[in-house]
Design a protein around this ligand. Structure first.
Ligand SMILES: [Ca+2]
Ligand SMILES: [Ca+2]
Length: 165
C-alpha cells in the first residue's frame, strides 16, 4: 500500500503535479482495564473496559475486529485463547476520534482454562485488515488470577432465603 502511495507521489512530482497527501491511520489503545480475578465459566465481559483511538490523520471507514483473550503471558496474540463471546466489531473510526469498545457482558473465560496466574488482554484490528503506521501498539494486557470458586453470600428475611453469586 505504501509503495503504491509513494509511487503515486513520485509520479505526481515527475509530472509536475502537486503531491497529494498520503493517507495513513494508526489505531492505538487509550486505556484497558480488566479485573484481577476471573471465575472460570462466569461472565466477566462487563468488567473489561477498552478505549481506543485513531490518531489519524485519515479516517478509518471500514469495519475491524477487536478480540479479548486470555493468555499464559502478557503478550497477546491470536494464538491465545479467545474469551467465549470475546469478539466485537467496530464500524470505522474518524481521525482523532476515541471510542469505547464495550465487550459483551456475558463473555467469559472457558470453564476448562487452567487455574492460576494468567493475563487478560486485547488485540485491536485482530485480523489486521487496517494497514496502519504502527502495527505494534494494538495490544494490551493485565494480570489476572483464574479461579474456580464462586463466592456465595446468603441472606435471610423471614422465610425468604436469597442466594447471591
Ligand atoms: Ca496501531
Ligand atoms: Ca492493522
Amino acid at each position: 500500500m505504501r509503495i503504491c502511495a509513494l509511487s503515486i507521489i513520485l509520479t505526481a512530482l515527475a509530472l509536475g503535479l502537486p503531491a497529494v497527501s498520503v493517507g495513513t491511520v494508526d489505531l492505538e489503545i487509550d486505556s484497558f482495564f480488566a479485573p484481577p480475578v476471573a471465575y472460570r465459566g462466569e461472565p466477566i465481559g462487563g468488567q473489561i473496559l477498552l478505549q481506543i483511538r485513531n490518531t489519524g490523520p485519515d479516517d478509518i471507514t471500514s469495519f475491524f475486529f477487536v478480540g479479548f483473550y486470555i493468555s499464559t503471558d502478557e503478550h497477546i496474540t491470536i494464538s491465545d485463547q479467545l474469551l467465549i463471546g470475546g469478539r466485537e466489531s467496530v464500524a470505522g473510526l474518524a481521525a482523532g476520534e476515541e471510542v469505547n469498545v464495550p465487550l459483551w457482558w456475558g463473555a467469559y473465560v472457558p470453564s476448562d482454562y487452567p487455574l492460576g496466574p494468567a493475563f487478560l488482554g486485547v488485540i485491536v484490528d485482530e485480523f489486521n485488515v487496517i494497514p496502519e503506521d504502527d502495527e505494534t501498539n494494538n495490544t494490551a494486557s493485565s494480570a489476572v488470577d483464574v479461579i474456580d470458586e464462586v463466592p456465595v453470600q446468603t441472606q435471610s428475611w423471614g422465610s425468604i432465603k436469597m442466594i447471591f453469586r
